[in-house]
Design a protein around this ligand. Structure first.
Ligand SMILES: *Cc1c(COP(=O)(O)O)cnc(C)c1O
Length: 324
């Protein structure tokens, strides 16, 4: 069942409300809180902000009005590493201890975006799914950044072969032309909510499902399928790997990683944006670095030549800024 929303953050608010109404309808009235991962990012409205990383974000500015949620450390096993079974232990412990208060676990599947551009092992996601089932907790997958092919799969959950109970999509849904997002729920979640006290899901702002935005989304999704996104994304992945690899020779660089059409250069120190950004503009590219990461998520239609221009100038601008 699909519930249309007007931005990614709102789709997360909706997901949180769905999870709480679902638990309430099942008589689980103490399950009103969320469990989330450190390093996560889910948006800027109050409910969404409450499940973002509590240490590195702006939580302290809003303490007292943000709902208090449960957090576990971010997954540590990297995407390409061998799975470390200890990685899931904190999640199990938190669920064992707190499940009677938890409506849902919310996470970004496989790629933690704005909270650090981290790619973690899909086994974490597979085991998280199983733990949610064991403890009667819903799984909310925030695919706002990863959805529609970005990670190399149409949805990042496919890396783990799981499906969530609730899923948020946004960003690429309209290819960036208009604001639109959606919250998807299983029939079980939707029908349980509708059997509850309220009789329906309690959310209905005036301009949800703006018809023009929906038409743009349909056109954009048609293009995605017609253009053979899989080939486009794997071409970009190859181009990013080749183009960014030289950055790993720089002393100031901690890590270079690529997954699907996401390329990240992680620095040892926070990026000096005031110097790096003008250096990029001088070279004819526009990139927005933040914290330790100098990263790009190119549009799928980008041609090989443009991608090579982008990556070589990223490395060049970085070398210049680092004085290497
Ligand atoms: C961008 C993003 C959001 C918020 O979406 P907005 O449309 O900016 O409100 C939520 N979750 C993730 C993972 C995102 O990348």
């Amino acid at each position: 069942k699909v519930f249309i929303a007007d931005s990614g953050s709102v789709s997360v608010e909706i997901a949180i409300k769905m999870a709480i109404q679902y638990q309430h309808a099942r008589g689980e009235t103490t399950r009103t809180r969320l469990l989330a991962l450190e390093r996560g990012y889910h948006g800027d409205t109050l409910g969404a902000m409450s499940v973002c990383d509590p240490k590195r974000g702006m939580h302290h500015l809003f303490s007292g009005i943000l709902p208090e949620q449960f957090f576990v450390p971010a997954p540590q096993t990297r995407f390409e590493e061998e799975w470390n079974p200890d990685d899931i232990a904190p999640l199990r412990e938190s669920l064992e201890k707190n499940h009677k208060s938890i409506a849902a676990l919310i996470l970004e599947p496989v790629v933690q975006g704005a909270g650090g551009m981290r790619f973690y092992h899909p086994e974490y996601l597979r085991q998280a799914r199983a733990l949610c089932d064991e403890f009667g907790v819903l799984l909310i997958a925030d695919e706002i950044a990863t959805g529609f092919g970005r990670s190399g799969k149409l949805f990042a959950c496919e890396y783990a072969g799981i499906s969530p109970d609730i899923m948020c999509v946004g960003k690429a849904i309209t290819g960036g032309y208009m604001t639109l997002a959606a919250t998807l729920a299983t029939t079980e979640v939707a029908e349980t909510i509708s059997r509850g006290e309220a009789g329906c899901f309690m959310h209905g702002p005036t301009f949800m499902a703006n018809p023009l935005a929906c038409r743009v989304a349909c056109a954009s999704l048609d293009l995605l399928m017609e253009n053979n996104w899989k080939e486009q994304v794997s071409g970009i992945e190859q181009g990013l790997k080749t183009g960014l690899s030289r950055a790993s020779e720089l002393n100031g660089v901690a890590d270079v990683r690529v997954l699907g059409a996401i390329g990240v250069i992680e620095l040892k120190d926070p990026v000096d944006v005031k110097r790096l950004q003008p250096a990029c503009v001088d070279r004819g590219i526009w990139v927005r670095p933040f914290a330790h990461n100098f990263y790009v998520m190119p549009p799928y239609i980008m041609r090989d030549g443009d991608l090579a221009f982008l990556t070589s100038n990223m490395v060049g601008a970085l070398a210049q800024t680092l004085g290497e």
